[in-house]
Design a protein around this ligand. Structure first.
Ligand SMILES: [Zn+2]
Length: 148
């Protein structure tokens, strides 16, 4: 059996990457999962993972995972799928990803992810500003033709 280090899904040995996770990460062996401190699916119930954050797009989910991995916090990403009830009642089928960490690491993980979210927003603002600046530059009258 092989496993996805992101979401913890179990796959047949013939499968190479996870179909559920953003970026389709390569699957790893059970030993690799253990060495990263990640639980195997049948061990999950012995270890309580709690939601540290949700991401509205795969890029944010990816960024959150990187932050946590850098801090050596085991992380699982669960692709949130709106259930049938959700679809019927709210029509809300926006994708989102749940960032799960071990319960005892949550006090550490949550501020890290909040910080990352703030940084991402700042980066987005900067990108918008840069784009506006570029627009302004383009609005400037063309340079006079060189004298002949
Ligand atoms: Zn996965």
């Amino acid at each position: 059996m092989k496993y996805c280090a992101r979401c913890g899904s179990e796959y047949e040995d013939s499968v190479q990457d996870c179909a559920d996770c953003p970026g389709n990460p390569l699957l790893v062996s059970a030993e690799e999962m253990r060495s990263r401190g990640l639980p195997l699916p049948h061990e999950l119930d012995q270890r309580v993972f709690v939601r540290a954050a949700t991401a509205e797009d795969p890029f944010t989910a990816e960024a959150f995972v990187e932050v946590l991995q850098e801090a050596n916090i085991p992380v699982l990403v669960r692709a949130g799928r709106s259930g049938v009830v959700d679809k019927l009642t709210t029509g809300n089928i926006l994708p989102w990803w749940e960032i799960l960490v071990p319960e005892d690491k949550a006090p550490l993980a949550i501020p890290l992810l909040e910080q990352e979210r703030v940084q991402e927003l700042a980066t987005t603002d900067e990108a918008v500003q840069a784009a506006e600046e570029e627009e302004r530059e383009n609005e400037q009258p063309p340079a006079p033709p060189p004298a002949l």
